[in-house]
Write a protein that binds this ligand. Sequence first.
Ligand SMILES: [Cu+2]
Length: 161
Amino acid sequence: MMRQLLALGFLLSLVVPASAHGFSAADIEIVHPFFRETPPGAKTGAGYVILRNKGSEPDKLIGIETEAAAKVTFHRTVTENGMAKMLPIEGGLEIPAGGEYRLGLDGSHAMLEGLTAPIGLGFLLNGTLIFEKAGRVDITFEVEPVGTTQDKAMQEHEGEH
Ligand SMILES: [Cu+2]
């Protein structure tokens, strides 16, 4: 019995790191940052994250840097006359005091331009989130399969807690 419990504990400990994939800096909690898997030859990719602010002042995500891409900007995909197009989100992503910003809702995403290599499942990619107040925070991005939405990733993420 003890041995079975130990074995179970070992299995659980293997599963936990994915669910515990998060970072924090000052009052900001960075929940499950991920890139979507890209096909071979892709020049662009997309990144998602949930930012929670436990503080009493708003903060802003003003930039992302990563080893996976030459440049990262913030976009929103909108549909006009049946055509999807991407518009830049200007001025950074505001995280209200005591609130959150879900990058991935309403078509929002971090746009990775100039991919240095395809982004493959199982990769952990280094990056830095740059906040107006919390400053530069080094993190890692996990990689989720093509078609993963913010909601789906979060369900899986929170289901593991
Ligand atoms: Cu885009």
